[in-house]
Design a protein around this ligand. Structure first.
Ligand code: PGA
Length: 251
């Protein structure tokens, strides 16, 4: 059984004070999630990680939104995995489409970060997803398969099962135009088939989330799909009320 997982991607929102406020109010929704065997977490911006870490309930997962694959050294402006670990971060989003687009991150670069995270016992949440143009050309699966193969390159099955994948069609992110649950399930099943080619039956252990305009009023549809193991949520994860409704929708 794959444990369902809800991760709030706060992107460049909530400084330390606002993030602390959310963390301090999150105990009831974290308890609710735990009672239903759901994992829940948030991915604040770097400067807000420490304030969430010191005010959150233990079971609220703390994720970064990016990391550098090197342990230390002359990388101005970068943050290492050991630094994240030191303040209690256990997960890290890798290869979000906004980072691929604005920061030129490639799947090869993501692969290095994934390996470094695994070597430090952190959980990578590896994002993939196609543009509207690729979707309209009907090339979603070949595009996403390529991202998966490059991101997972040279991972052993034991490592691969520790990675969480997030399928996020770019045309659905922040647009209010979510992919239908049929489209999301079909692509996510396709991703699992690629993982099966690589890892055989162990691919059944890998969790794959859907992301892109997930809201309290549509999350239940995704959760009914057999291959969808949770959601990566931006806008709707920003307030306690909306986050709680997402949890309720997953139950
Ligand atoms: P959204 O963002 O839920 O606001 O569409 C999702 C994401 O980018 O992770």
């Amino acid at each position: 059984m794959r444990t369902k997982f809800l991760l709030g991607n706060w992107k460049m929102n909530k400084g330390p004070k606002e993030a602390e406020e959310f963390a301090s109010l999150s105990a009831p929704l974290v308890d609710l999630a735990a009672a239903h065997h759901l994992e829940v977490g948030v991915a604040p911006t770097f400067v807000s990680l420490a304030s969430v870490a010191s005010h959150k309930p233990t079971q609220l997962i703390l994720s970064a939104q990016n990391c550098n694959e090197h342990d230390h050294g002359a990388y101005t402006g970068e943050i290492s995995i050991s630094m994240l670990k030191e303040i209690g971060v256990t997960h890290c989003i890798i290869g979000h489409s906004e980072r691929r687009e604005y920061n030129g991150e490639t799947s090869e670069a993501c692969n290095l970060k994934i390996k470094a995270l695994l070597a430090n016992s952190l959980t990578p949440v590896y994002c993939c997803g196609e543009s509207l143009e690729t979707f309209e050309k009907g090339e979603t699966l070949s595009f996403v398969s390529e991202q998966i193969k490059k991101g997972f390159a040279s991972l052993t099955p034991e490592e691969a099962v520790k990675v969480v994948v997030a399928y996020e069609p770019i045309w659905a992110i922040g647009t209010g135009k979510s992919a239908s649950s049929e489209i999301a399930e079909a692509t996510i099943k396709g991703i699992r088939d690629v993982l099966k080619e690589l890892y055989g039956s162990r691919a059944e252990e890998i969790r794959i989330l859907y992301g892109g305009s997930v809201k309290p009023n549509n999350i239940a549809e995704y959760m009914k799909c057999p291959d969808i193991d949770g959601a990566l949520v931006g806008g709707a994860s920003l307030t306690i009320e909306s986050y709680r409704e997402l949890v309720e929708g997953m139950i």
